[in-house]
Design a binder for this molecule. Structure first.
Ligand SMILES: Nc1ncnc2c1ncn2[C@@H]1O[C@H](COP(=O)(O)OP(=O)(O)OP(=O)(O)O)[C@@H](O)[C@H]1O
Ligand SMILES: [Mg+2]
Length: 324
């Protein structure tokens, strides 16, 4: 069952009184129990896509058109209070920096209890019990005492566990995690991802995981979207994307990650060139200026999708896209 479906989303930003499209016709869906990865370099539109979904764009950002369906309810048509009832309850989002979600002047217990009481009709004693349970679930020992402490008394990894606990305490149907471990060191990253994966599987939650780390995607995701220049350039199951990538951009991304299984010193090959900005978006394929295989048509015409299977598509003239 589709938990989230986004159809033809276009989102723009006002820059010096002109509007520029940042998300250019993005469609996606996430099923119950599925982890969808969104990858792409910095500026490709990963965060803005999901911020459009939950309605937390910066003040100069606008959803221009499209549909955003959460269990068939159009989120764009909801009143603000109806939307607030969904957020933090059925849909939750966690970010890279856990401190943005935590008030340094309030205890950890206060934070979790507030999230519980905002969405469930329970008193503080019951909320405290649930808060203690959720700390156990996110594997924070000594929960009772920990609830009385303040955010600065927690390490970065522990704070992110708290934020995950807050995001999960009301049993959401959809969790959106935007680079949830980027700020953490590698061993803690691994623990946090394992935790998200375990809780996702136990609760059959739909998860959208935003990252620029393909190794994380490989370990966590069922399906993958590759974004660039505000567009999806390739999508497929994990196996399709990793075993038979079709788009030159996906291939370039793959080449830019070290081979984790080889003993040789990892040789990172960053993709040559820089990503386009909103003001100088190419007319055709956004990757064309950096693409080793670009042809004349690529600069002028954005290719249409070419399907390789029911789940696998690439948007590239080389793959036959654009012949349609
Ligand atoms: N408030 C804003 N005003 C103008 N442009 C913006 C604003 N926020 C984002 N953008 C632009 O929108 C595009 C998409 O940005 P987005 O934050 O979604 O990228 P991202 O893929 O999440 O990158 P990162 O990996 O760095 O988080 C970029 O070109 C970015 O510069
Ligand atoms: Mg981002």
């Amino acid at each position: 069952m589709k938990v989230l479906e986004v159809k033809n989303l276009k989102t723009s930003f006002a820059i010096k009184k002109k509007r520029f499209l940042a998300i250019r016709d993005v469609s996606l869906h996430v099923d119950e129990g599925e982890v969808l990865g969104i990858v792409g370099e910095s500026g490709s539109g990963k965060s803005v896509t999901m911020k459009s979904v939950v309605g937390i764009l910066p003040s100069n950002g606008f959803v221009e058109s499209g549909e955003i369906l959460f269990k068939e309810v159009n989120l764009l048509a909801l009143k603000p209070e109806e939307k607030r009832a969904l957020l933090g309850n059925d849909i939750t989002m966690i970010f890279q920096d856990p401190m943005t979600a935590l008030n340094p002047l309030k205890t950890i217990g206060y934070h979790i209890e507030e999230v519980i009481m905002r969405h469930q009709k329970v008193d503080r004693v019951t909320a405290r019990k649930q808060a203690e349970e959720i700390l156990n679930i996110v594997e924070i020992p000594d929960a009772k005492r920990r609830l009385t402490q303040y955010p600065h008394e927690f390490s970065g990894g522990m704070r992110q566990r708290v934020v995950i606990g807050m995001a999960l305490v009301n049993a959401p149907k959809l969790l959106i995690a935007d680079e949830p471990t980027t700020a953490l060191d590698v061993t803690i990253q691994f623990q946090i991802l394992k935790l998200i994966k375990r809780l996702q599987a136990e609760n059959k939650m739909a998860v959208v995981l935003i990252t620029h780390d393909l190794a994380v995607v490989y370990n966590m995701c069922h399906r993958v979207l590759v974004m660039y220049g505000g567009k999806i350039l390739e999508e497929g199951t994990r196996e399709e994307i990793f075993n038979s990538p079709k788009h030159p951009y996906t291939l370039a991304l793959m080449e830019s990650i070290p081979n984790l299984e080889s003993d040789e010193k990892a040789k990172l090959e960053p993709i040559e060139g820089i990503a386009p900005t909103l003001e100088n978006m190419p007319k055709g394929c956004p990757f064309a200026p950096r693409c080793k295989h670009a042809m004349a048509i690529c600069a002028d015409v954005m290719p249409t999708g070419q399907a390789f299977s029911e789940t696998h598509s690439s948007y590239c003239h080389l793959n036959g896209g654009g012949d349609a």
